[in-house]
Write a protein that binds this ligand. Sequence first.
Ligand code: ADP
Ligand code: F6P
Length: 461
Amino acid sequence: MNPASDFVMVANRLPVSRDDEADRWVTSPGGLVSALVPILTAREGAWIGWTGAPDDAPPPFEHDGMRLIPVPLTAEELESYYLGFCNNTLWPLYHNAIRTPAYHRHWWRPYQAVNARFAEAVAETLNPGGTAWVHDYQLQLVPGSLRSLRPEVTIGFFLHIPFPPVELFAYLPWRTSVLRGLLGSDVLAFQTEQSVTNFRDAALRYAGATEPPGREGELEFEGRRVRLQWAPISVDADAFESAAGRPAVIDSAERLRERIRPARKLMLGVDRLDYTKGIDHRLRAVQTFHERHPEAARDTVLLQLAVPSREEVIQYAEQRERVERLVGQINGEHGDPGYTPVVYMYRHLGFEELVAAYLAADVMLVTPLADGMNLVAKEYIASRTSDDGLLVLSEFAGAAAELKEALLVNPLDLDGLAETLLYAVTISREASASRMRPLRQTVREYDVYRWSRNCLEALES
Ligand code: ADP
Ligand code: F6P
């Protein structure tokens, strides 16, 4: 029996990871966890999720003031539910099918089973009349199952990735079940207005939901109201700004700049190595920049930091090979013993190292082909301690709806992106400051704490 709570967070992963050497749990980094820890602590809430290791189901435990309730996943379920249905069906489909999604019934059934297990764990944990806040594409059936088990509770759902246009979503053989699962929620929140519209269209067409007259932003489903919310997630802007002011971070940023001399400008890319992030297109644009504008390009270095991700999925392994081949090509074609055009690191960086890189970068390149939000763009802006620095941002990142003063690009237009790079590294200080100033204001004003308040207010009003 799980300890009972009035408020439960539900996500595929728990907000901790295991440090086996030190024999302890470590709180995961990131704004989402920082924003939710105080909420969970104040409400004596619980977080239900997977520990990150197969067949691992320790009993509920406390960590950093949070009550954590592990849900077990077997090694087979990791293959079929997580790598299969989540990362080979839903992930590519929801990211505009930029890789071909695979549809397998032997992945769908484990997806249903795992979602049912999560819903049961929530139903066991939640006090009468309590609130569950369910997160992301791995758990889309949880609201519906929980609604059947516990009709009286309040259920919120937040989708961290895009909801695809109805023409694409229509391909999913289990589209109606997924919609019915999501429609078990009281409030369904999305990163962009476009995702809200896409979901509404799909729910009207394939799940029999209706739009109550005169009630914008709501659907009616099985006699209940479901509210649709646009709630763009953000970062802990204060944490980045204050780290960027620490002497040790300023020193590492300085050292980083000195090491890349004699290049004049540092361009930076920071991504999970995911094919949605457009790292290969970015590199090809940098290659084009060197071919078309060799003098200006030679005054730059691209530092590309890539964090390993989902390495067991074939498309990710292929993407890594593609990226590493391109880095080799560019350095082979345009480098010499005194100059390396692209410095590439494939590893996880510590928080302060990351902020130092943001601080050192003259131009930040965030060029995904599709992205729910893209927190890296907001982290870069939050780390600026003055109005210098420039953000080149894909119009296909959710963040583009808010960060309008960035240099917005279509990352597939390699020639256009190469010209934007030339512009970005030669722009005057005043022109770049007139872009960075309002961006800093936006990110400071709308941080992750405001996001979580907005979501919870919608859920509890
Ligand atoms: P996604 O959720 O798809 O991974 P986001 O850009 O929203 O994309 O979030 C990525 C997170 O991963 C950011 O918080 C970023 O700081 C972190 N990150 C990316 N690359 C690295 C790296 N090399 N080292 C450490 N953290 C990284
Ligand atoms: O952006 C979607 C997301 O699932 C995040 O929630 C998560 O941090 C990231 O992708 C990495 O995913 P995974 O849990 O599959 O390693």
